[in-house]
Design a protein around this ligand. Structure first.
Ligand SMILES: [Ca+2]
Ligand SMILES: [Ca+2]
Ligand SMILES: [Ca+2]
Ligand SMILES: [Ca+2]
Length: 358
């Protein structure tokens, strides 16, 4: 057995997300780590000011959690903030009541409601506000036959004297600060001041464990809306936003309340633009996780954490100043990729490696 003369050093060349450094606190206050909004409200609310309004949405996936901040207000009159999540293949573009759990009677009232094409709902989070004037109730449902839905927590940030974080029974964490008095106005349907909407820093904040929503690796779509207390009178507050001059769709899409009816006449394809927004999937830091050298064969084997459907370049250096490409166009093998290459040239020198995502 030959003595290993070659010293090997490894470097992961990762773009560290700034948000990892800044951190997110689930307290109903927007953190810098979210960066720019993923959706901003375009129209003024038909549900009062201050009442219920959705000013903007912010989202980021960090350490296997989806952090979601929706700025604005939720009136404490049992209005619902309904957050539908499309995070896996399949699901419902049109809600079919009998194929869903009916916790809080949401499914019966959404029967026949249609999302924009390209959105197939898999999960629903319901936030109610009103009991005792300040209490929040949280429901979570997995859509589809066999899916379960239930109340997952009750929190009263006002009486507890803090806006969060509060942990629900299934690991969802919520923060809520309803003190916004700016943002959009209430001339129903008229264009909103989007700059004001973007400046609002308080509202509902959530962290949702990724394994609760199917552990998606790709993008996540979210459709958020404000609904009446019986899930059967929609406001014009959606994110992604409704187009200019959209009034509250109500029960029938015409702004009317219809007793004992579902939202079957509401089809989001009838409203210009996507009434959903898209969140980027998880960022896995590029990291070398194993390296071995076989002296007999002079072969170096490097394994790193990779993204599926990506390509990588391996570079090497003896001084960390000049980098030489060893191999490129290396196709990802999934969440980990291993690549072998032969050491050529002077084997007595220390050697550094780095992986670059193409
Ligand atoms: Ca926060
Ligand atoms: Ca889906
Ligand atoms: Ca406002
Ligand atoms: Ca639409």
């Amino acid at each position: 057995m030959r003595i290993l003369k070659l010293a090997l050093f490894i470097l992961g060349c990762a773009l560290m997300s700034e948000s990892l450094l800044l951190g997110i606190e689930v307290d109903g206050e927007r953190d810098e780590g979210y960066g720019d909004p993923v959706a901003v409200q375009r129209i003024q609310t038909g549900f009062g000011d201050p009442g219920s309004e959705l000013d903007a949405a912010y989202a980021i996936v960090l350490e296997e959690k989806l952090y979601l901040m929706i700025t604005g207000n939720l009136e404490p009159n049992f209005n619902k903030l309904e957050i539908f999540i499309d995070s896996k293949l399949g699901g419902q573009n049109k809600i079919i009541a009998k194929e869903n759990p009916n916790n809080d009677n949401w499914s019966a009232k959404f029967d026949g409601f249609t999302f924009d094409s390209g959105f197939t709902a898999d999960y629903l989070l319901i936030v109610r506000h009103g009991l005792g004037g300040t209490q929040l109730d949280l429901d979570f449902a997995e859509l589809g036959e066999g899916g379960k839905g239930s109340l997952i927590g009750r929190f009263d940030p006002v009486s507890l004297g803090r806006p969060g974080p509060f942990e629900a029974s299934n690991g969802v964490v919520i923060g809520f600060d309803n003190t916004n008095s700016a943002g959009i106005g209430s001339t129903q349907g008229q264009l909103a001041n989007q700059e004001s909407a973007s400046l609002v820093s308080t509202g509902l904040e959530l962290s949702i464990p990724m394994n609760l929503i199917g552990s998606p690796r790709g993008e996540i779509k979210i459709c958020a809306m404000i609904n009446g207390h019986g899930h059967d009178y929609l406001s014009n507050q959606f994110l992604g936003s409704m187009p200019e001059w959209t009034r509250n769709p109500g029960t029938n899409g015409q702004g009317e309340f219809v007793q004992d009816s579902s939202l079957k006449d509401v089809d989001l394809n009838d409203y210009e633009g996507d009434q959903f927004f898209v969140v980027s999937g998880p960022v896995t830091p590029l990291q070398i996780i194993n390296l071995s050298y076989d002296a007999e064969s002079e072969n170096v084997s490097i394994t790193w954490a990779s993204y599926p459907d990506s390509f990588y370049t391996i570079e090497s250096s003896i001084d960390m100043k000049v980098w030489q490409e060893m191999d490129d166009g290396i196709e990802s093998q999934g969440e980990q990729t291993t690549h072998d290459h032969l050491i050529l040239g002077n084997k007595d020198k220390s050697r550094f490696y780095r992986i670059v995502k193409e």
